[in-house]
Ligand binder design. Structure first.
Ligand code: GLC
Length: 541
């Protein structure tokens, strides 16, 4: 079975490599210990050098920062923590001058409780048009003292909070993130206007947060299997009333039309956590999202059978609707691949993190696997995502102490789930000082000791560093057009190997070395020579 991601057109998003910038932790230009937009502008040249095509910025909007900016209080302004709209415009212009596209994160499922809409809703009466922007309901029980239904929050605890007049509002995440009512056309229009606001400024597209949560079943009925699934869903069972309701697709069809009405090749990527992928594929039909994150691939871990199955399912499902597959190993919500592959941490997307009390990962083994996984991923046709610091081989920070914790998951579960702070630690740029060149001040989250020698500048000077591995792989990927190449398995029984446009990509899943086939070795994930070592990936032509 051969698959091709090529569309024969200039649709960059079919094969592009997109680098996720987490603004809080990329680079601080102001010395307050918090990354900012000017810091991003300063760092862009390094991303160009790395060889990516686009950047995606996690939220930098005005926000009380209860969920690291995924709680937006003004969708049309920059939070003073990160700078100003003028700083944004400068960053965008600098990126474009370098030939980098910029996608921004849009958070439409919920706003902050400090958003003007929510404040007006609170001040207004039950049943008012203002309350209808959100999901306000009366409670159950004699005096309405029980939540309107059995939904629980993704971050732990109930998905409902009661307000002074006795009504409850729904929040699938933190109580500071009330869910918007997407059945309300005024909400729909507000967001279409927000899209235009940023498209007019020149952004190349959007990463859309939690799109599968936006439409809710009429009447907000109970989650039919909440005891088994908690806040989530179980693959193969009916969709719970808060996830992937059919009505949601109309919204994105309208958004797609808006994007298409702008010049240039603007794109949107949905964080649609929908499985199996044959269901997710409905989100990337030709008139909806351009891409979605491939959570099947991310969740597969680094094991032959689930990985192979994930790749097959990806080509089949996305191919069936003419969409590119995306590939992703890391983001700001999951344990960094170096540490995830260096231990047994189960499902990656549970946002549970690794804390000081958990078994600690073997980061040396994990790094070998993470480097090999990256080489494997970057040779697959389709679009690929790289999360900041992944190119440095950063491990998860697993010993953050409670007083530094910021993730609402930590607080809503009384510390039982440590949350996602460990993958959000500021980047090391130049070895030395409190934050290895990230900031002249004290970083908002402390770095672990191991980050010093992983600083970007030190890695630039080391031939076999992870940074240089990524640079070389990205340059080869571009030169050989692997992102728009064709794919066919060549071995699946110990080694996992495929051919993309004449390049043999082999990963050794065995615990014994594998003879190196004839041909030119283009790149390999270790500094070794000869046989392919266990956990190694090699590209040969
Ligand atoms: C997405 C974001 C995550 C955030 C959540 C709620 O999953 O990636 O960081 O907490 O949505 O907005």
């Amino acid at each position: 079975m051969a698959h091709s991601a090529a569309a024969g057109s200039g649709e960059w998003w079919r094969s592009g490599v997109i680098y996720q910038v987490y603004p809080r932790s990329f680079r601080d230009s102001g010395g307050d210990g918090m990354g900012d937009l000017k810091g991003i502008t300063l760092g862009l040249a390094k991303l160009k050098e790395l060889g990516v095509d686009a950047v995606w910025l996690s939220p930098f909007y005005r926000s009380p920062q209860k969920d690291a900016g995924y709680d937006v209080s003004d969708y049309r302004d920059v939070d003073p923590l990160f700078g100003t709209l003028a700083d944004f415009d400068q960053m965008l212009e600098a990126a474009h001058q370098l030939g980098l596209r910029v996608m921004i994160d849009l958070v439409p499922n919920h706003s902050s409780d400090q958003h003007e809409w929510f404040r007006k809703a609170l001040a207004a009466k039950p049943g008012s048009p203002e309350r209808d922007y959100y999901h306000f309901k009366d409670g159950r029980g004699q005096d309405g003292e029980l939540p309107p239904n059995n939904w629980v929050s993704m971050f732990g605890g109930p998905a409902w909070t009661r307000v002074e007049d006795g009504q409850w509002y729904c929040h699938l995440f933190d109580s500071s993130q009330p869910d918007l009512n997407w059945a309300n056309t005024v909400v729909q229009e507000e967001f279409e206007d927000i899209l235009r606001f940023w498209l007019d400024r020149g952004v190349d597209g959007f990463r859309v947060d939690q799109p599968h949560a936006m439409a809710k079943a009429t009447g907000l009925p109970d989650h039919p299997y909440v005891e088994e699934a908690g806040a989530g869903f179980i693959e193969g069972r009916e969709a719970p009333p808060m996830w992937f309701q059919d009505e949601v697709h109309e919204i994105f069809r309208r958004w797609r039309k808006i994007l298409d009405s702008y010049p240039g090749d603007r794109a949107m990527c949905g964080e649609a956590y929908v499985l199996p992928l044959s269901e997710m594929a409905k989100w990337v039909r030709p008139d909806e999202f351009h891409q979605t994150f491939n959570f099947r691939f991310l969740d597969a871990g680094w094991e032959l059978a689930p990985l192979k199955a994930a790749i097959d399912e990806s080509f089949e499902s996305f191919g069936a609707v003419g969409a590119p597959s995306t590939w992703v190993l890391n983001n700001h919500d999951v344990i960094r691949s170096v540490s995830r592959f260096g231990g047994d941490y189960g499902r990656t997307t549970a946002s549970d993190g690794i804390g000081p009390e958990n078994p600690q990962p073997d980061n040396e083994l994990g790094l070998a696997k993470a480097r090999a996984a990256a080489l494997f991923m970057l040779a697959l046709p389709g679009a690929a995502y790289v999360y900041q610091g992944e190119e440095l081989g950063l491990p998860e920070h697993t010993t953050i102490s409670p007083e530094h914790r910021q993730d609402p998951t930590f607080f809503r579960t009384g510390g039982k789930r440590v949350g996602r702070d460990g993958c959000r630690v500021p980047l090391p740029w130049i070895q030395g000082g409190e934050s290895n060149g990230f900031s002249t001040g004290s970083p908002w989250l402390p770095q672990p000791d191991s980050y010093a020698e992983l600083a970007r500048a030190s890695q630039e000077a080391k031939l076999d560093s992870t940074l240089n591995l990524y640079k070389k792989a990205l340059a080869l990927r571009a030169k050989l057009a692997l992102g728009s190449g064709s794919f066919a398995w060549t071995a699946t029984d110990g080694p996992l190997a495929f051919n993309n446009s004449g390049v043999q990509v082999i990963h050794n899943f065995l615990d014994t070395p594998l003879p190196l086939p004839a041909g030119d070795v283009l790149i390999r994930s270790t500094a070794g020579e000869g046989d392919i070592a266990p956990n190694e990936t090699v590209w040969i032509r």
